[in-house]
Design a protein around this ligand. Structure first.
Ligand code: PLP
Length: 797
């Protein structure tokens, strides 16, 4: 977009006056943010419409995701439009601080973590690559909860992100549709469209999020008191459907409202797609797969498969067989996890009650699939049972199975993950549907995670290799020749320091803690989950602290251990780990024997905006999940492009990161997938490992001897038992924390010397940046476009 200063200025003034009745000098930060954003919305209106018209003509990909973790839009949009500098200048002239205007925007936190952020990166890449694609999802009234620590415990508060409105979305009443759950229950789905602005292009894609509302507008005049109360109840029930994001990451909630949410947005989106298809092509639905590819982001939107069957059969009058052929050519499914607790299953009873017609359709798909299996594997009853879409012993509907059977493509999200799917978790399915399986290693958008969040490093990169990297990250490889240039390495270190200073300021405000920016910033930020093993990190800190207490004069390279993580509200053990980290932090940070040499910082309410400060400031990227459990990870990629070596296991995309940047530039430790298979076979005895590993028993004992206080909740004893005794649902230490402890300590301590060699360290960091090209979501999306969606970029004028 061409920056037209006078138009932006006039727009800003007008909006401020009309909407808030204020002159520029009187506007509050939020009001100026709102007026400026609306002005930009008006300026892009023409391109947005032109893009839509263009995409409507041909084949299009639709991304179905229950989550979009967008963060703030303002600066990112200005940057992608190429008007950021112009706006900064204008605001300076008007004596307005752009940072304050930026901060007035709430994060759109409509996602839990990696999966939701991936969806956000993907739609941004689609727009930048001029790909005909639309995102569909839910406009939650309340996003991911706001986390607060009270006495070291996590407490959840509602995230009221729409309190002041959202200038970046447009309500489209004209396109609302009715969603019918069963005979006497239906709601309206009203779309809100957000422009997804590509970098350096006029293409503007759309994210369409649905909001639930009652079918009947309230006509208060008509009501007596009784009806009024009843009507309000109905309104509330309808609105409940899009009220709140389920704050679960990698666990299956299995609740009725969750199923309603899933059906609500997939049905609305399909009705929208079918309506547009009919405008262009009439009712020859055999053409639908020629023009439509629908990507299912995990199993959350998989109910779309039977829903499209319903629309084609019940509404459009197709025969079952014809409809099924169309459906199977329309959907593609992304698997995000092999954790069994995350694989969605629904009790048939509940499903039947909420969605009776959809249930019947699933039953028929299930029966026909069993017939197919019987033909294929007549003697293998066990296999047929394992693959049953409806498990007739447990009465559970297995959504992942429905997804694989009903799609034309199935993909994992990193090379290792896809191999595990093919050879273990989905082996039966791979044998049946070999041709469907593909890998698409995840990526992140460098526009947000480097260009916007690290302008200092971006400036240096552009100075050295030009700015093509902004849309072609493989260009970063050209930086590698500078790895021997001390002047450049020193400039990198200076930039890292600036970012650490900035983060230190944020930490001071967020936690009240002063941190030493010369210390190693060792960072683990991600959802709190046992498989991610934050407990391994804190165990090492507890052990180091014990040794400092024993030998206060020991040499300690100063370190700041930074955590950020939310635990699902009902995940007791994860909340116990948060409390433990906070207790250790309190002890370490206030102990004169430690003398500030190590600090432990737990950033409250980790989400996108803090993340944008954290990644650029990190010296070390902690990626220490149990091998085989982290499907890909994307935080690891954000660290890498900002020059933080990985301290990690060979898990998920870490494998590919090390492949690209060199093992000597990262810190790899712990068991590999094969080692774990072996150890399980030979019998794992965590108690023995604890007793044989120096310092580990002491750390474990401190969980139960009162060294750290869990406020009488029993949380720490529960952590202790999980590792040594197990629980009804798992063997002791099933994520192998104790087994990997010693190796983790060893490699973690090798970092100290490496860090003190400042130029040597900068080299490692620089090699990571230079080889981060693979991990752009542009590459991932180009692969989806070519290998799954079969769509091509179309640039509008
Ligand atoms: C990138 C990101 C994640 C995903 O992090 P992982 O380490 O891959 O689990 C989660 N939350 C936020 C806010 C992110 O930016």
């Amino acid at each position: 977009m061409k920056f037209k200063k006078d138009i932006i200025k006039t727009g800003l003034e007008k909006k401020l006056l009309v909407k808030y009745g204020k002159k520029l000098s009187e506007g509050l930060d939020f009001e100026i943010y709102d007026a400026l954003s609306q002005t930009i919305m008006e300026e892009i209106g023409g391109s947005w419409k032109a893009t839509e018209d263009r995409y409507n003509k041909g084949r299009e990909a639709f991304y179905f995701s229950a989550e979009y973790l967008m963060g703030r839009a303002f600066s990112n949009n200005l940057i992608n439009l190429g008007v950021y500098d112009g706006v900064v200048e204008l605001l300076e002239e008007l004596n307005i601080d752009i940072n304050k205007i930026e901060s007035a925007e709430s994060d759109a936190g409509l996602g839990n973590g990696g999966l939701g952020r991936l969806a956000a990166c993907f739609i941004e890449s689609m727009a930048t690559l001029n790909l005909p694609g639309t995102g569909y999802g839910i406009r939650y009234r309340f996003g991911m909860f706001r986390q607060q620590f009270e006495d070291g415990f996590q407490v959840e508060y509602p995230d009221n992100w729409l309190k002041y409105g959202d200038p970046w979305s447009l309500r489209k009443d004209r396109d609302k549709v009715e969603i019918r759950f069963n005979k006497d229950e239906s709601v309206m789905a009203v779309p809100y469209d957000t422009p997804i602005i590509g970098y350096g292009t006029n293409n503007i894609n759309t994210l369409r999020l649905w909001q639930a509302e009652p079918v009947e507008e309230l006509d208060l005049g008509e009501f007596n008191e009784q009806n009024y109360v009843e009507a309000m109840r109905e309104k509330n029930e309808a609105e409940n459907i899009s009220r709140v994001l389920y704050p679960n990451d990698d666990t299956d909630e299995g609740k009725k409202l969750r199923l309603k949410q899933q059906y609500f947005f997939t049905s609305a989106s399909l009705q929208d797609i079918v309506r547009k298809f009919k405008l262009k092509h009439g009712t020859d639905f055999s053409l639908l797969p020629d023009f439509t590819s629908i990507q299912l982001n995990d199993t959350h939107p998989v109910v779309a498969i039977p829903e499209l069957m319903r629309i084609l059969i019940d509404v459009e009058g197709l025969l079952w067989g014809d409809a099924w052929k169309i459906v199977k050519k329309t959907f593609a499914y992304t698997n995000h996890t092999i954790l069994s607790e995350a694989l969605e299953k629904w009790y048939t009873e509940l499903f039947k009650q909420v969605l009776p017609r959809i249930y019947n359709i699933i039953v028929r798909i299930h029966v026909q699939f069993q017939e197919l299996l019987e033909e294929k594997y007549p003697a293998d009853l066990e296999r047929r049972k394992r693959m049953a879409i409806i498990d007739e012993d447990t009465n559970l509907i297995h959504m992942a199975w429905l997804a694989i059977h009903g799609s034309y493509a199935v993909n994992g999200v990193a090379a290792l993950h896809t191999e595990i799917l093919k050879n273990a978790e989905l082996k039966d399915w791979y044998e049946l549907y070999k041709g469907k399986f593909q890998n698409k290693t995840n990526g992140v958008t460098q526009r947000r995670w480097l260009l916007k969040s690290n302008p200092e490093l971006s400036g240096l990169i552009t100075e050295l290799i030009g700015d093509n990297w902004i849309t072609d990250l493989s260009e970063l490889k050209k930086l590698e020749t500078h790895v021997t240039d001390e002047n450049i390495l020193n400039r990198f270190l200076d930039i890292k320091n600036i970012k650490k200073e900035q983060l230190a300021g944020f930490i001071k405000g967020n936690t009240g803690i002063d941190v030493d920016t010369d210390s190693i910033f060792d960072v683990q930020v991600k959802r709190l989950h046992e498989y991610k093993r934050q407990i391994l990190n804190i165990f090492h800190i507890m052990d180091l602290y014990n040794r400092i207490k024993e030998y206060p004069d020991m040499k300690v390279t100063p370190k700041t251990y930074i955590f950020g993580a939310k635990a699902a509200a009902g995940y007791f053990r994860a909340k116990g780990i948060i409390k433990l980290i906070n207790e250790v932090a309190k002890a370490v940070n206030n102990d004169p024997d430690v003398d500030g040499r190590i600090k432990v910082v737990f950033v409250e309410n980790y989400n996108i905006s803090p993340a944008e400060l954290i990644f650029p400031a990190a010296d070390i990227s902690e990626q220490i999940s149990t091998a085989g459990k982290e499907a890909s990870g994307t935080g690891n990629m954000k660290f890498m492009m900002n020059g933080a070596p990985t301290l990690g296991t060979l898990d998920g995309a870490n494998v590919e990161i090390v492949e690209e940047a060199g093992i000597e530039n990262n810190f790899i430790f712990g068991m590999k997938v094969e080692d774990i298979v072996e150890l399980k076979k030979s019998g794992y005895n965590p108690t023995e490992v604890m007793n044989e590993t120096k310092g580990l028993k002491r750390v474990m004992d401190q969980l139960i001897d009162g060294t750290y206080d869990d406020g009488g909740t029993g949380m720490f004893k529960e952590l202790y038992d999980a590792l040594l005794v197990g629980a009804s649902w798992h063997a002791p230490d099933h994520y192998f924390v104790l087994q990997d402890f010693n190796d983790y300590r060893k490699v973690r301590e090798s970092i100290d010397d490496a860090f003190e060699d400042r130029l040597g360290w900068a080299k490692k960091a620089w090699m990571n940046i230079s080889n981060a090209g693979k991990f752009t979501s542009d590459r991932t999306i180009a692969q989806y476009a070519k290998e799954i969606w079969k769509i091509e970029g179309k640039k509008i004028k």
